[in-house]
Design a protein around this ligand. Structure first.
Ligand SMILES: [Zn+2]
Length: 266
């Protein structure tokens, strides 16, 4: 994997590919966001968050890791120890503000969205935006909830990362599929392309629009442009046959400045 720019750093370590999010300014020293893509560890974890936690942190470590049951809805939970494993609350978004709690979500084609800000305090939100979630405007819905805590200013000064997930090149639905009709109603018209009996949807671009409409500056929105279906060696893809294995998005706000980092963290 060769991704190295100001916004992303991709690498493969001992057979496990990871994508680190390069956060702006001091935020990189205050929090960490990593997406575990294909590799030995995710193969062994087989999409199970409990197993992933044991693999990453070891058997004996008691970690507070929030891993909600993802339902393609718009609920957001707070990254707090009461919601941590073994609890499995239903939600498609995790809001991190409290130090010492890890947040996580799992993906195979759906689009991982991460928004971070240091205004008016350090926060980070992880969002699972698949087709139905994007139709339900989960990214906007979540930022609306957060803005009640941070004010609009917190959103205006935030930065967002989108992907990797399935691109318009590979995401189509039959025109007579009721979900396709829902998409035609909910997606911006420039995010839809008709080709014979198929309708193609551009989820990443629709999410950019949602974030922008909520006040995230376009220059602060970063896309990987990696399609999970076009890159089966790197990304998990449900449409390419990954029925149980998942990519694992993991984030935390560091507890202090002299914190010990894990090998996957910045
Ligand atoms: Zn593709």
């Amino acid at each position: 994997m060769e991704i190295r720019n100001s916004f992303w750093r991709g690498m493969t370590l001992e057979g496990q590919s990871i994508l680190q999010y390069q956060l702006p300014g001091k935020l990189n020293d205050k929090m960490s966001v990593t997406l575990f893509l294909k590799g030995n560890l995710m193969k062994e974890a087989n999409g199970c968050p409990e197993r992933t936690t044991r693999i990453l942190f070891g058997e004996r470590h008691e970690k507070h890791l929030v891993a909600p049951l993802q339902k393609h809805k718009t609920a957001m939970i707070e990254g707090r120890s009461i919601w941590a494993l073994p609890a499995r609350p239903e939600a498609d978004s995790v809001f991190l503000e409290k130090k010492g709690v890890y947040g996580s979500l799992r993906f195979a084609d759906c689009i991982p969205v991460v928004v971070v800000s240091e205004n008016p305090f350090d926060w980070c939100v992880l969002i699972h935006s698949g087709f139905i979630g994007t139709c339900s405007r989960i990214a906007a819905n979540v930022l609306e909830k957060i803005s009640k805590r941070t004010g609009r200013e917190g959103i205006k000064l935030s930065h967002a990362w989108i992907g990797p997930g399935i691109g318009m090149c590979c995401y189509s639905r039959r025109a007579d599929d009721p979900l396709a009709l829902l998409g035609v109603r909910e997606f911006p018209s420039e995010c839809i392309r008709r080709e014979g009996r198929l309708i193609f949807f551009n989820m990443p671009k629709a999410i950019v629009t949602l974030l922008y409409d909520m006040g995230v500056p376009l220059s602060n929105i970063h896309q990987t442009e990696i399609c999970s279906s076009c890159n089966p060696g790197l990304c998990h893809s449900y449409r390419r046959g990954d029925s149980t294995e998942r990519s694992f998005l993991l984030a935390r706000i560091f507890p202090g400045c002299h914190n010990q980092h894990h090998w996957w963290e910045n």
